[in-house]
Design a protein around this ligand. Structure first.
Ligand SMILES: [Zn+2]
Length: 124
């Protein structure tokens, strides 16, 4: 849990309107922690359903660069007062599937863990 608390401090300082931390786990050990941040690289271009374009490095994308098939991913959203919804967006889900991540957990509105259900992941 100490890893989670230090991540919380980092996440809250990221200069964005929201604060997400992603933990990449391999064989039960956290091997990398990433945060969302503003980035201008084309790789981080996001076009949303309403047409809005944003350049953001999501916390998941940040750590997925280092992922190997079979790794697991935990995603947490920190607010100033607690923990909130951190369900990966469709861009990150694409990368999760591409990287063959075995299991993904995210915190829900109540701050509790939920397993991300993706058909491509369930087939493993
Ligand atoms: Zn995302």
């Amino acid at each position: 849990m100490t890893r989670v608390f230090s991540a919380r401090n980092e996440a809250l300082k990221n200069g964005c309107n929201y604060h997400i931390a992603a933990f990449l786990r391999r064989k039960g050990k956290i091997i990398r922690v990433g945060f969302n941040s503003k980035k201008t690289h084309p790789f981080c271009r996001r076009q949303y359903e309403d047409g809005t374009v944003a350049y953001e490095m999501h916390a998941e994308t940040n750590v997925l660069r280092f992922a190997r098939p079979g790794d697991e991913l935990d995603v947490v959203r920190f607010t100033k007062t607690g923990i909130s919804m951190a369900k990966p967006c469709r861009f990150c889900i694409e990368k999760i599937v591409e990287k063959k991540i075995k299991k993904v957990r995210y915190t829900n509105w109540q701050g509790e863990w939920e397993n991300l259900s993706i058909k491509a992941l369930d087939e493993h």
